[in-house]
Design a protein. Sequence first.
Length: 189
Amino acid sequence: MTNHAYFEPVILFFLLGAIAGFVRSDLKIPGVLYESLSIFLLLAIGLKGGAELARYPLLDVALPALTVVAVGALIPLAAFPVLRHLGKLSRADAAKVRQALMGGFAASRILEVHGERMIRRTFNRGFRIGLHQKDLSLALAGARSLGVALPQTAGAAQLMQVCAANGMQDLDHSALVRSLEIMANHTVA
């Protein structure tokens, strides 16, 4: 690493954060500056990313993007029971895990709403598993006809099949956690 690399903003901010953590400082960026930087970064990244994406056909971008979204939605569903089982977490701790995920990059409306339903065991509202099964079945059939593999979609369909086979096809798809519980023989929350 050359000497000028130490003066890169990313390195300097990392060092500042590390020092602030080491001395247990309550260092905070002023709200107005934080919002301004966030908006600037979103615009800069969005414009550059949009210009780059415009160079590719939609299907070349859509399938990987949908896969990332599906994996992002399924990872918390799969990690939650594992954390509960390995960490011997109680019901209150499971809510804290969800809260911690909501404070980071995993934060999403899906985790917010469905994570809460999983913890509270309220699966009776929203998009029914039976309808979701029909949609996933159509997506998988379309992918097969195009010769495209959708392994995460197939995995989600299998989880829904476990729910349907156990009489839960009319519940909200947040009840997918029940399929993981059935297969693991362990209750999450």
